[in-house]
Design a protein around this ligand. Sequence first.
Ligand code: ADP
Ligand code: MG
Length: 271
Amino acid sequence: MTTQETPTRVITVGIGGATSSGKTILAKHLQNCLHNSYIIHQDDFVPPAEKLPIDEEYGFTDWDNPPGAIDWDRMAAFLSGLKQTGNVPADHQSFDNYNNTTPVPIEDQAIEEWRRKSERIASDHLEKYGEKLVWALIDGFLLYWDEARTTISSAVCLKSWLIMLKRIVSDLDMRVFLRVPEDVARKRREARAYYTPEGDTWHDPPHYWEKIVWPAYIRAHQHMFEGEDVVNGSPNGKVKDLILFESTETKMEDMVNVVMQRALSFNVNAK
Ligand SMILES: Nc1ncnc2c1ncn2[C@@H]1O[C@H](COP(=O)(O)OP(=O)(O)O)[C@@H](O)[C@H]1O
Ligand SMILES: [Mg+2]
């Protein structure tokens, strides 16, 4: 029987990709497949609107530019706490429930089978190592930005960001990326509204996509692909052992199966 004192072993699975690539839907299926699992949404680490830059040409708030779009320090501290304790603090608020999405279901039977397997693996792990196995699914549109070469001029700021951000990538045990064509992502995104930290609802204003969202996505991910080709390039190895899905060509259930296969064969003693 487990007690409060049973040490936990947290395995972190990063699920990155452009807006509307299906990250949150995939993460929710994986959560249902994995015994003792949490989802951490990077969207919950967005700074308040007044801290974000205003686009000079159109006057809208920029929610997407990698250095400022996330409170990196808070997220790094949160993940390192999660790694150590295996718990999400009781006061952590997630706004994900307010986001409207259209479900992309998979077979219940697939979920049940993975769930049984993951329970068995967790119970073997507890017996063998005396540790409770916990899975943390980190869902984020800027998960892998931290190794990008940014063009920020302040060397001091850049250095401190890179030090903080390194901690996020180094806390990920597995790294998944959902690639999506621009037209598909744009169409899906136009059908959505976002909940902001202030409790407002955000709809992209005209030109926000081509001026802000897509260029920021390309900037944040070009370091990961051959020829800096985020749209078609192969992964170049800078993000280690990346599991890349062409998300419009791979069925949701197949993505779940690939990630689960890898997750349940993850060697907890490798690090
Ligand atoms: N594989 C898919 N097939 C069809 N629609 C999808 C797929 N993945 C995502 N979508 C649609 O895209 C929208 C955004 O999905 P979501 O998982 O919230 O994206 P993200 O978290 O990457 O922004 C949802 O409304 C969903 O129905
Ligand atoms: Mg999402």
